[in-house]
Design a protein around this ligand. Sequence first.
Ligand code: NG1
Ligand code: ZN
Length: 540
Amino acid sequence: ALLLNAIAEGANEYPKPEHVNYSYGTAGFRTLATKLPSVLFRVGLLAVLRSKRLEGATIGVMVTASHNPEPDNGVKLVDPSGEMLDPTWEAHATALSNCPSTESLISTFTTLATHLRVDLSQPANIVYAYDTRPSGPELIKALERGLDSFGESVKTSNLGITTTPILHYVVKATNDKTGTYGEPTKKGYNEKMAKAFKTLIGNRGPLAPIYVDCANGVGAVALHEFTSTLGDILPVEPLNTSTSTQGALNHLCGADFVKTKQALPPSIQSSGVLSKAGTRACSFDGDADRIVFYYLHESKGTFRLLDGDKIAVMVAMFLGDLVVKAKLDSEHQLKVGVVQTAYANGSSTKYLTSRNIPVTCVPTGVKHLHHAAQRYDIGVYFEANGHGTVLFSDSAIEALRSASPQSPDSANAIKNLLAFSELINQAVGDALSDMLLVEAVLAHRGWGASEWDAGYEDLPNRLVKVEVPDRSIFVATDAERKLQYPLGLQDKIDETVKKYDMGRSFVRPSGTEDCVRVYAEAKTATEAENLAVAITDIVK
Ligand code: NG1
Ligand code: ZN
């Protein structure tokens, strides 16, 4: 009763706004920050239920809206493994957030605790963090109010302003019973990555400098802290680091801008830093869990994008080569596979398949990619937009650790594979870790950006946001490559696509925005554009 009184008091301070319907989607809750205080309070309650249900395992709470505009914010829960919240709990989050009154919140909370068989006398541990958005501190207060309702039984730890992937790392490291994953702090994260990167670079450094567009977000803070740990083997030149300039976050910069516009951020264009041939740059998104690279074509000076597909292809090929060099016996021959979504450029899929690298296509959303990647010994997953990582299975690590190499070459390959497994964030996509991954592979290959880019040529493509009266009538199937409903629409799409050379197009409802997305690719830019327009007309 004490607990319910405390919850009721907090709930009265954070009433749910009327006429708002919340939904815990692929990226948690995400909307205008002003609509979120009641949601944060209630997410605090759910985080505690989840932790108590799991006998006090540490649960993470991240407050961010990633690449969305500055006035937005959001919140998502991180499970003890460092992965996204168990999907069966998403509905509980949605239910709690939509209770119209304090009374209904109390009754839903009580019902949930009973149905989920939560023993409220169990301890709970929660670690939370937030990005640089001005709305962060107020929302954190609402979260803390929710957590504090439980009194002494809940231990909380505030990581402060940090990136989404660092929070995931800390959650995973905290829950790691073997104590081998790393120290569960920001410092532990930086040291683990710096050590693995130094092992991989060896005497290949110092490397050529890289320019990093931080989207004026939290990546700037994390990058600064990391580079002071790393030292000078990789000279990093941070750009767009204005975390306290109002309106700057994600504005005309960042990974989402670069990928969508397929162009340089104007600030980088005008600075001229990329004009020296061979210079490469990358962009993080607003919470530093996505990264894309780019450079200017040596003779033409045109913008060349190296997106998530390009990263996946280069990394999968390289790790595949290392596995061969490692010469593990046939029983332990590790299988490297790639997981993509329908947004992967058709050329990348074709290239991988032609080189006998297995490719799985899954629906949009990190949880789908992550789980499919876990089915490979070494699973590389990237969304075209630059969110991704590489997962090493426990049995792969075991095989590498117990191998008895027959030559110095194999011994080296094994050592490097193990170092990659340490360098790469095993919980979630991570811009900082992925940047080092790419730099390490380039250093080993002896490649610059243009050699990396040379593997295959992207098909011209277009992604269009279409506003429709009701996006819920659109139901996708076959890893979102086809529309099941409205009936008959897919036939019309197929008819149209047929008319375009190397044409491919699909339509799906967005999971994060109130729109339907149309993707189209074809042999030429004009055809891709025309196809996108034609499909948009069918959808509207
Ligand atoms: P939606 O809005 O469902 O298309 C977007 C991205 C996803 C993923 C999520 C989560 C595209 C086309 N879609 O999903 O890849 O990153 O946001 O943030 O980029
Ligand atoms: Zn993000």
